[in-house]
Write a protein that binds this ligand. Sequence first.
Ligand SMILES: [Zn+2]
Ligand SMILES: [Zn+2]
Length: 69
Amino acid sequence: MEFRGSFRLMESDGDRLRRAGKGTWYDRCGELAATEHNNPKCDVCARGSNCGLDCTLSRLVCPKCGATA
Ligand SMILES: [Zn+2]
Ligand SMILES: [Zn+2]
C-alpha cells in the first residue's frame, strides 16, 4: 500500500491484472480524494514504459475535511 500525507492508495480487485499505480486514493477520514495529475512523467514513463507508480500525480485534496498532500 502506498501512502502520501494522510492519504492512502487502495488497489481494488479489478485492478489486480493491470499495472500498478491505478488504484484509488482515500483520505484517512474515509473520503475519496480528488486528484490532480500535473507532474511531468518520470524518465521511465517518458520513454513509453510504465514505472508502476502514479508519477504524474501532483496533488491530492480531500473534499470533505480539506486535507491536501
Ligand atoms: Zn513514471
Ligand atoms: Zn478527509
